[in-house]
Design a protein around this ligand. Structure first.
Ligand SMILES: Cc1cc2nc3c(=O)[nH]c(=O)nc-3n(C[C@H](O)[C@H](O)[C@H](O)COP(=O)(O)OP(=O)(O)OC[C@H]3O[C@@H](n4cnc5c(N)ncnc54)[C@H](O)[C@@H]3O)c2cc1C
Length: 315
């Protein structure tokens, strides 16, 4: 833990691994600190991921780790509690392990989906209770699909799901007449009774407050995304208000935060990013961080006597 790293990547899901792969191949000394709970761990198959259709998400992460490790990237299990900027770089604190210092940090810690507090939803999350039709819609196409609306975003989801099936039931209390008419115009059924629980093996049974039961093949809903950015809270980095809540503001191309040496990528800054988007963002940040370190090295070399230049070479 006393070593000086070029880059510490906080979070070893697909975004962090992609960044680490780029940096390892750029001959940087990289350590990935990972708590080991990627967001899609509830699903057995991944979709919409070119070249990896239907693959188990765990398999992709395992391959990513081994590919990054083949370029010298090292891994440290644990949860970063705090990240601080120092004059020369960053230092992260991992309870039980101490501190890790590096010249730059990439935060790729993902998010949690806080589900509506309805018994049965969490048990079926990722299997029959779903959030993303691009990830799982094809597999339940033309079946009876429910949409549990708990926020304005849920109404958008209700319209979206109609693309995957003509048989859609929306569970949403107290909608405007015009919104109801819009949904009904494409054959969507509406249930205004509040949902109290969900149960069942195979098809799901949605139970409402008035003891109605509606069987659906899958139920879509939007949880509230909660970014895992607590380790940065004390730094007061710039944030942006989005329809999904408050997220760290980053440069859209590189993932650079308002912190001098901190980049952030994947779901922790973009709740709408799926696996390929997160991989792309990680790759872009990896390249950007290497570029920033290269610039720093040339700046330092110009300010250094010529005979010391040879020592500023990568491994
Ligand atoms: C049920 C479900 C199914 C999905 N299916 C698909 C699909 O089929 N196709 C698709 O493209 N997308 C799918 N997604 C979306 C996909 O999960 C995300 O796009 C992807 O996981 C984002 O990658 P990430 O690296 O940003 O975050 P994650 O994959 O969540 O990885 C973040 C990592 O950081 C770790 N971490 C968190 N905090 C800390 C900390 N403080 N210190 C150290 N480590 C930390 C976590 O434990 C985790 O290992 C699905 C999502 C869900 C919920």
């Amino acid at each position: 833990m006393d070593e000086q790293w070029d880059v510490v990547v906080v979070g070893g899901g697909v975004a962090g691994l992609s960044a680490a792969l780029m940096l390892g191949r750029a001959r940087r000394r990289v350590v990935v600190v990972d708590a080991g709970s990627p967001r899609n761990r509830f699903a057995d198959h991944m979709h919409g991921v070119l070249g990896h259709e239907g693959v188990d998400p765990r398999e992709l992460v395992a391959r990513g780790r081994s590919e990054a490790a083949s370029y010298g990237v090292e891994f440290h299990p644990g949860r970063v509690e705090r990240l601080d900027e120092t004059g020369a770089g960053v230092v992260v604190t991992v309870p039980g392990s101490g501190q890790i210092s590096a010249r730059a940090a990439i935060v790729a810690t993902g998010l949690s989906d806080d589900l509506p507090d309805i018994p049965g939803l969490a048990e079926h999350w990722g299997a029959r209770v779903l959030h993303c039709p691009y990830c799982h819609g094809w597999e339940v196409r033309d079946q009876h699909l429910g949409v549990l609306v708990t926020s304005p975003l849920g109404l958008h989801q209700a319209e979206l799901i109609r693309q995957w099936s003509p048989q859609v039931t929306v569970f949403a209390p107290a909608l405007d007449e015009s919104v109801e008419a819009r949904l009904r115009s494409r054959g969507i059924d509406l249930v205004a009774d509040p949902v109290v629980s969900v149960s069942g093996e195979g098809p799901l049974v949605v139970h409402t407050a008035r003891d109605t039961e509606v069987a659906v093949d899958a139920l879509f809903t939007t949880g509230t995304p909660r970014p895992h950015d607590d380790c940065l809270k004390h730094l007061n980095l710039r944030r942006a208000d989005t329809p999904f809540g408050s997220f760290l503001a980053v440069d859209p191309l590189t993932g650079k935060t308002s912190g001098d040496r901190i980049w952030a990528v994947g779901n922790v800054v973009n709740p709408g990013a799926n696996v390929p988007m997160s991989i792309g963002a990680g790759a872009a940040a990896g390249g950007a961080v290497n570029g920033a370190l290269v610039t720093q090295e040339f700046d330092a070399a110009q300010a250094t006597p010529a005979d010391l230049h040879r020592s500023v070479t990568p491994r």
